[in-house]
Design a protein around this ligand. Sequence first.
Ligand SMILES: *[C@@H]1O[C@H](CO)[C@@H](O)[C@H](O)[C@H]1NC(C)=O
Ligand SMILES: *[C@@H]1O[C@H](CO)[C@@H](O)[C@H](O)[C@H]1NC(C)=O
Length: 143
Amino acid sequence: MTLFIQEFRRANAASIVAVAGIPGKPRDFFQFGTVFVADYLITQGIQLNSQQVGRAQGFFATSSLDGANLQLLFSLGFTNKEYNGSTLELQGTSVQLAKVREIAVVSGTRKFRFVKGYATLETIQQPSMDYSVRRFNITIRQC
Ligand SMILES: *[C@@H]1O[C@H](CO)[C@@H](O)[C@H](O)[C@H]1NC(C)=O
Ligand SMILES: *[C@@H]1O[C@H](CO)[C@@H](O)[C@H](O)[C@H]1NC(C)=O
């Protein structure tokens, strides 16, 4: 399945916020030790007003000393008709500057019990500094 992650970074309506970091260091994506909590709208199409599929909610942390990698740990909770109430659990290292990042689909709940797979992430639109869209291709298999 191909889905789209809608990210906002506006101060009063951000999809992602830095909640912890090394004292005295900036809390940004390339600073080792920064921890973020995120709640993203997931849509069927690239447009913000296309059909809503669910939300991706979880934790990210800049996990390499050189700041290059982000550890992702989140649930994709579906709210669309087909998978309403089911989740996929995703985890992995995102090499932030790579064009395509790949993480694991560890498993899921309800309709996705016992699944495994992988997901790719690509930033495909960044119309402004505080809004971007990522394409999220998920390949899963029931095992
Ligand atoms: C999804 O499930 C919730 C809770 O059971 C329900 O309120 C909602 O209407 C459902 N949504 C869809 C799209 O079926
Ligand atoms: C994601 O899926 C789209 C088609 O839906 C394809 O064009 C694109 O190349 C895929 N991206 C990756 C990284 O496989």
